[in-house]
Design a protein around this ligand. Structure first.
Ligand SMILES: Cc1ncc(COP(=O)(O)O)c(C=O)c1O
Length: 443
């Protein structure tokens, strides 16, 4: 039914706009200058993996020298560059070549002249990686979620008998309580346009979700969840969600911001881990975390991608990503697919952390809850003094009594880094260093 509703909505708005718009074709660079040619890969880590891990930070408490603020050396455990692809030689080269060939262009919306063959090639590799027919690349992950939800709202509006959907024509969206802000804001936008009735289910509580679905009289149902929760570091119960999808026949949408390229043997995300790609209808992701660049994507059916392109307002009413970013992301995705050892090394670090502590680490995001805002700031300051860049997570990102340190592990961290990290953390988080269980690597 969903495909039918999507086709009907598309037919209402399209007017053949997509088919008559002439595509801009850029000058073809020589083989040597081609930004996407010859993406170089390696069998193991190189010095480039540490470029953005070993950093210097300004020290506001120390006296300035020669008018310059004093600096301290730090090891970074606070970024989302899980595979350290932002500094990979292939990413640097692709991005630099694109900048030399095309500068920062083209500067316009994808709907005008912003969409090039380079954007399309990136979309094609992302679609293939996630086993979907099509993909739409957006300027950020935030825009990917809001663009998809804007298009989803259009399904209610454009299938309605009058301009405003009647109560029974709305879409029932079921959203995990800890979903990302971009999902929450996208749903608020839909509510504002009378397109949806939103039910928030308790975090990963499948019984609660089942009850809400069973009691919902609306025909069009959607479940949306982060696959890995950015502040908790825990996974959504994917197999249970797939079972519920069979029972209730909802459209299943996941946000793979923290699992794309990180999970699955080939980096195909959480769907690849369980072989359930065909049970997930729409995958939203970002190129800004493990992708090491900037951008977002919606991997889905051809029909959904057509609808997102003509009705996803955060896709249409914004400027498309510049070519150096697109070329860098293309190289990063190619490397992520080929350098399988990167994921293995990352999951080894997660296992090492779990072995050294009693923290139930299940992913590269370690969410160490300390309680009050003051306690989190104290712990963060302690870690900074010890030479580890780790920040306190406070409201509005988390509840006031659940402030925490959020530590992110990456491929480029060594086993010795993890040992030193745990030693320093155990000085400010009592009882941390007691061994925990075996980690299940999501590969
Ligand atoms: C779960 C989730 N979804 C979406 C986003 C937005 O991605 P981006 O930073 O590319 O806009 C984030 C990043 O903060 C996230 O954690």
């Amino acid at each position: 039914m969903w495909e039918e509703w999507v086709v009907r909505a598309f037919a209402r708005v399209n007017n053949n706009f997509l088919s008559y718009l002439p595509k801009v074709c850029l000058a073809k660079p020589s083989a040597e200058e081609d930004p996407l040619a010859d993406v170089e890969t390696f069998d193991g880590p190189g010095p480039w993996d540490r470029t953005l891990l070993e950093v210097e930070v300004e020290d506001p408490t120390a006296p300035a020298k020669d008018g310059e603020p004093a600096r301290n050396r730090m090891l970074l455990f606070s970024a989302n560059d899980y595979l350290n692809l932002s500094t990979h030689p292939a990413v640097r080269k692709a991005s630099a070549k694109a900048a030399l060939a095309f500068g920062m262009g083209p500067r316009s919306s994808a709907m005008a002249s912003g969409q090039t063959e380079y954007h399309r090639r990136l979309e094609n590799v992302l679609a293939e990686m996630h086993k979907k027919e099509a993909c739409v690349v957006t300027p950020t992950g935030f825009a990917a979620n809001t663009a998809f939800l804007s298009a989803l709202g259009g399904v209610a509006t454009h299938n309605a008998a009058s301009r405003r959907p009647a109560a029974h024509e709305k879409i029932a969206v079921f959203s995990d309580a800890l979903n990302h802000a971009s999902i929450i804001d996208g749903l608020r936008m839909m509510e504002r346009h009378h397109q949806t009735v939103v039910s928030v289910y308790r975090h990963s509580d499948m019984q609660h979700l089942d009850e809400l679905l069973s009691n919902c009289p609306l025909e069009r149902k959607v479940v949306i969840t982060d696959s890995l929760f950015s502040m908790e570091g825990d996974f959504a119960p994917m197999l249970d969600l797939v079972q519920l999808r069979k029972k209730h026949r909802f459209l299943f949408v996941i946000d793979e911001a923290h699992t794309a390229f990180v999970c699955g043997r080939n980096g195909g995300g959480i769907g690849e881990v369980y072989g359930i790609e065909d049970q997930i209808d729409v995958i939203v992701g970002t190129l800004s975390k493990a992708g090491g660049c900037l951008g977002g994507f919606v991997a889905c059916s051809q029909k959904w991608s057509d609808l997102v392109r003509v009705t996803g307002r955060p896709y249409i009413f914004t400027t498309a990503s510049p070519l150096p970013v697109i070329a860098g992301a293309y190289a990063a995705v190619t490397v992520a697919k080929k350098e399988v050892w990167r994921r293995q090394a990352l999951w080894n670090r997660v296992q090492e952390f779990a072995t050294l502590t009693k923290h139930p680490a299940t992913s590269p995001i370690l969410s160490l809850v300390v309680g009050s805002e003051d306690a989190a700031i104290y712990a963060s300051k302690h870690m900074l003094e010890r030479g580890f860049h780790i920040i306190a997570i406070r409201p509005p990102a988390v509840a006031p009594d659940a402030c925490r340190l959020r530590v992110t592990l990456t491929t480029g961290h060594s086993s010795e880094d993890v040992r030193r990290l745990v030693a320093a953390l155990s000085e400010c988080i009592p009882g941390l260093n007691r061994p925990a269980d075996q980690v299940v690597a999501r590969l």
